[in-house]
Design a binder for this molecule. Structure first.
Ligand code: BES
Ligand code: ZN
Ligand code: ZN
Length: 481
């Protein structure tokens, strides 16, 4: 979508209104707004509630064929999220009428352009490549009355949200298309596109040579080889700081021999959403030219079922040397992450590590589809991630890595087992991962609920959200230097 400042011919002009005490009140200094909206406001048909949108015809305007009134709710209660949601509602209404171009009259409040822009850009997405008819999208938006600084911010957001959509596309595409090999290619293409990005890919043999025994085990049932992807962006070579982002890259999670029966298998192409968010974040950092050093690490394989599948009851040796009894082949994410975390710490020597993973069903039960579970013993990382979460509204909530549950991972035949019962399942998964990071500040974000939606949200359609890209970029901008 093209973002401009000039008011030229468009399908509609968009005028913002607060929900006033008695009736809607204009939220702009656009002189014609009162006259245009007088009738629906006086009749009580347009109240200015958050996300309320009304299409009007009639008034003769210089450049536009119609008017869209948009409600922003109560002024004193408004936040950036209000603007994201309200302008996402504008996009929905506009797309419903097949509009292509909008002239948006900026509200006369400071500091809200980023919310407006994010709402517009995030809502202007559809995954239509498997459909005969292409989906409707806006092609151009003009911001009338925006100041130069705000406009620059919007351009930055456009770059950022291209990477959110890159992550969304990877997750939404078929599991048989987005294979470990395809993810590897993506990393290599990014290295070609951005001079400060390099990509290294280990195939099956190298994974075995490096003794990543857990990643190898999970991959045994798959028709395609696993891969271990390292994608690095050096945006600040003179700094010693380096953030490692580790993303779970299970391209499809059947559950393995502990096959997912009854519920849930049909959404399991989403099980590489952590990998997609990591790749999207590295892409965004490079495209924005952030002055940070980031290394993305992606252990990727399908968790398939077949004659060579790894077996419940068997024991495998991890990269770190600890042996793990496979009590459930469906708890595969923590296995591939364990090898990736240990490899990352030892060989890439980052100053902090954040992993993102669609790791447990229990976090979905605990926090739903709005909020991801955040686990970290490092106060500074927790604070930084919560700040980034408040800024972007990619919500995270701290959960405890409760040592009381550690004994549930005890095994009689190995150093540990990979599951510890259903109770506190997301905490137990975090405890498992914790054993594979020794000395580096580390945070784990369980995005099983937020990565892939069953219901639409104001600025996300169902399916992939690209959750994590905006959060991590906001975090890196403040904590990655
Ligand atoms: N990929 C799933 C977790 C998941 C669930 C992601 C729902 C997205 C939505 C993970 O590999 C898994 O199967 N976890 C099991 C672990 C259990 C066997 C201990 C779970 O949470 O049920
Ligand atoms: Zn699983
Ligand atoms: Zn999984």
């Amino acid at each position: 979508m093209q973002l401009v400042k000039e008011r030229k011919a468009a399908d509609a002009i968009v005028l913002p209104f607060w929900e006033g005490k008695k009736q809607a009140e204009k939220a702009t200094s656009f002189s014609e707004a009162d006259d245009i909206a007088h009738m629906p406001i006086a009749a009580g048909d347009f109240k200015g509630k958050e996300g309320e949108v009304m299409v009007l015809y009639g008034p003769k305007l210089k450049e536009e064929k119609r008017v869209l009134l948009v409600g922003l709710g109560l002024k004193e209660k408004s936040t950036l999220e209000t603007f994201r949601k309200s302008y996402a509602a504008v996009v929905k209404a506009a797309l419903g009428k097949k509009f292509k171009t909008l002239n948006i009259v900026m509200p006369n409040v400071k500091g809200v352009a980023s919310g407006i822009c994010e709402g517009l850009l995030l809502a202007n997405y559809c995954f239509d490549k498997m459909k005969k008819e292409p989906g409707a999208l806006l092609s151009k938006v003009a911001f009338i009355g925006i100041d130069a600084k705000e406009f620059t911010e919007c351009k930055k957001l456009e770059t950022l949200i291209e990477s959110v959509n890159f992550a969304r596309d990877l997750v939404n595409s078929n599991a048989d298309e987005v294979t470990p090999q395809r993810l590897s290619e993506c990393a290599e293409l990014l290295a070609k596109e951005f001079p400060k990005v390099t990509a290294t890919v280990f195939g099956k043999k190298e994974i075995e040579k490096h003794k990543m025994g857990l990643l190898s085990a999970v991959s045994r049932g798959a028709a395609r080889d696993p891969a271990f992807i390292i994608i690095e962006y050096k945006g600040n070579p003179s700094s010693k700081e380096k953030t490692a982002l580790v993303g779970k890259g299970i391209t499809y999670d059947t559950g393995g021999l502990n096959l997912k029966v009854n519920v849930g298998i049909e959404t399991m192409k989403c099980d590489m959403a952590g990998a997609a968010a990591v790749m999207g974040t590295v892409r965004a950092a490079a495209a924005l030219g952030l002055k940070v050093n980031v290394v993305g690490v992606i252990p990727t394989t399908e968790n398939a079922i077949g004659p060579h599948s790894y077996k419940p009851g068997d024991v495998y040796i991890s990269y770190l040397g600890k042996s793990v009894e496979i009590a459930d082949t469906d708890a595969e994410g923590r296995l591939v992450l364990a090898d990736a975390l240990a490899y990352t710490e030892k060989n890439l020597k980052p100053t902090q590590i954040i992993d993102l993973a669609t790791l447990t069903g229990s976090v979905v039960i605990a926090l739903g589809e709005e909020i991801a579970g955040l686990y970290s013993a490092d106060e500074k990382m927790v604070k930084g991630l919560i700040e980034a979460s408040n800024q972007t509204h990619e919500r995270v909530w701290p959960l405890p890595i409760a040592p009381e549950y550690r004994e549930k991972l005890k095994s009689s035949i190995a150093d540990m087992k990979n599951v510890g019962g259903r109770k506190g399942g997301s905490i137990i998964a975090a405890l498992f991962l914790q054993d594979f990071v020794q000395n580096t500040p580390w945070a784990h974000i369980d995005i099983a609920g937020t990565a892939y939606l069953s219901d639409t949200k104001p600025y996300h359609p169902t399916h992939a959200t690209g959750f994590g890209v905006r959060l991590l970029i906001a975090y890196l901008e403040k904590n990655g230097k």
